[in-house]
Design a protein around this ligand. Sequence first.
Ligand SMILES: *Cc1c(COP(=O)(O)O)cnc(C)c1O
Length: 377
Amino acid sequence: MIRCTFAHVDLGALESNFRAIEAFLAARTPAGRRPPAIVAVVKANAYGHGAGPVALALERAGATMLACADIEEGIALREAGVQVPILVFGALSVSDLDGLFEYGLTPTCSTPGAGKALQAAAQRHRQVLEYHLKIDTGLNRLGFRHDNLDRTLPELLAAPNLRCAAVYTHFATADDLAHPLFDLQLERFASARATLASRGVVPATVHAANSAALLRDPATWFDAVRPGLLLYGLAPAALSGVLAVRPALSLRSRVVAVKNIRQGESVGYGARYVADAPRRIATVPAGYADGLDTRLGGRGEVLVNGRRVPIVGAVSMDMLAIDASSGPVYAGDEVVFLGEQGGDRITVAEMASWIGSIPYEVLCRLGSRIERRYNRP
Ligand SMILES: *Cc1c(COP(=O)(O)O)cnc(C)c1O
């Protein structure tokens, strides 16, 4: 062990979350029907958990497909040894597409421009390329608009070197149970599929559900579901009671220095924290370069020696200070930013709420210099 700040990733938790989702889907699928397949989303370095080891664990657990953001991420997954199909979510209209062929990746076609580029590349490689067609039903980000497919699809469907293997959409408000856009998107998706069918295209696979949609409505399941967050052991707040999952990641460090300061003395850049009484301040070697948001200063807490103690003063690039006056603290003591210690737990959702962010961002921002350590169950 060289640096003492590290993220511990429990691959056993990932696998058990995968199985919990599998069981949840199976239990609610009508008899005689096949439960949806699970496309495991591992974009953004597997939500900060480390793409290679996480992808291989999910493949072992039974994921039939993995999904990532762009071709570069797909190549990294192949180089880590992933064998199952890999879906690339991102827009490909202005990318170098050769990696799709060299590494056997499945592209999303989400604009007419991407369709042209994919056809040209497939022709150059003398291959018939299977793609997933993305329909925009209301997120207004990527995808063919649901309401003018008659105009935008014919050229794509006529492309001689492309084959539509699947059609999908993505929800904007699945984690907001009251928002009307969710049902509207489902309706629009149905009518888009009817338009496709009227043109003789009935893709073998239909998918739509992210974690929140998967939890809230079996009508979104179709042939496959695309959970990300849930696999990592986090559930959207509004749906947190639906399925028990276990957080896979904890973030830990150690106290490297302890000093006593006097009343009226300050701590850190800008002297933002001023002690109202004699205080015992401990320094922890993790800062905003490690993804710990500057807004944690004066707002966040850590666990040390089984106690919750506040982060005080400005978070620096490589370290931060905690006020450990409430009990004994020594250099070498374990500090927990995320995860459990002594029966208490700091969740990703809690850290997100301290800094006015969302769990996704907290995980994805964990710095590249933080070592990820993996265990098997
Ligand atoms: C990120 C993503 C998902 C997974 O979303 P979660 O909310 O993490 O389950 C699914 N589909 C697409 C298109 C995505 O970009």
